[in-house]
Design a protein around this ligand. Structure first.
Ligand code: SIN
Ligand code: MN
Length: 266
């Protein structure tokens, strides 16, 4: 999937791009079912909210075939390669649950703030590209973005280890107020299968989910190979050390798996 010049210009100007209904319903149904099975398992890569509900499953592309295929899907790899102009490796991979009733907040932050401070990533030449696994609605904790905030570089942040089970470099209220006064807040919503890519310095966060509707989103963090992390402090299943360039799988590999292979394996 190649981005058009207009889409690339929009990404650079706004700091994000939302592409609705990129993945087919059968593909997303498989990914959703696999995520739900993973959340029920007990492994160190699965982090939970204080209630015990799942919060995120790290590195699922290394132990689950459907997510392995997603992690090398050309529809996700090619647009990010286009932006950075070089091959990519997987810096992080996570399936965020934002569970019905129990999904907790993600405080306002910039992703590169963490990648720089915790992982020793030299430049903001990595970004998240996300796939909606459930319907993302205004009411179930959508990701909220501050348009154009990526133009302010990497902002001062505090290390919050207490608010949720996930330590994060978060922004103070005055900073968020100032950036929102300028750019506003948008929350892309839509059907499962939508894709959202956003700049590593784009300010974002999400509120808790008190609705009965889960809001699972899977995030690939793709880093330009030359921008590999220099001084990692986090476990290798959070900040990966395999800097080998991703070779995309064939177009249709995930759909084939969803329609044939997975059924055959059951
Ligand atoms: C993130 O900012 O990395 C995740 C936020 C979310 O899934 O709501
Ligand atoms: Mn983030």
């Amino acid at each position: 999937m190649q981005l058009t010049p207009a889409q690339l210009a929009q990404f650079h100007h706004e700091g994000f791009l939302f592409l609705p209904e990129v993945f087919a319903p059968a593909e997303v149904a498989t990914l959703r079912a696999e995520a739900e099975t993973l959340y029920r398992s007990d492994r160190p890569e699965i982090w939970r909210e204080k209630s015990g509900a799942p919060r995120t499953a790290f590195a699922a592309h290394t132990y689950n075939e459907a997510f392995r295929l997603l992690g090398a899907d050309p529809r996700l790899i090619m647009p990010v390669e286009q932006v950075f102009g070089e091959k990519l490796y997987m810096h992080q991979f996570k399936i965020n649950a934002k569970a019905a009733f129990d999904g907790e907040v993600w405080q306002w932050h910039q992703d590169y703030g963490t990648w720089q401070r915790d992982d020793g990533m030299p430049e903001p030449r990595a970004m998240n590209i996300a796939v909606f696994l459930d319907t993302v609605m205004p009411i179930n904790g959508p990701l909220m973005l501050v348009p154009r905030s990526h133009r302010h570089g990497t902002l001062a942040a505090g290390h919050d280890v207490a608010t949720t089970s996930y330590p994060l470099w978060t922004l103070d209220h005055d900073t968020v107020r100032r950036l929102v006064a300028d750019g506003g807040i948008v929350a892309p919503t839509g059907a499962p299968g939508g894709v959202l890519m956003f700049h590593g310095n784009l300010v974002h966060g999400s509120a808790g989910n008190i609705t009965p509707y889960p809001r699972k989103i899977v995030y690939l963090t793709l880093n330009a190979v030359s921008n590999y992390i220099r001084t990692p402090t986090r476990p290798a299943w959070i900040a990966h050390r395999d800097f080998a360039p991703i070779e995309p799988v064939a177009a249709g590999a995930l759909l084939d798996y969803a329609l044939h292979d997975r059924v055959a394996a059951e």
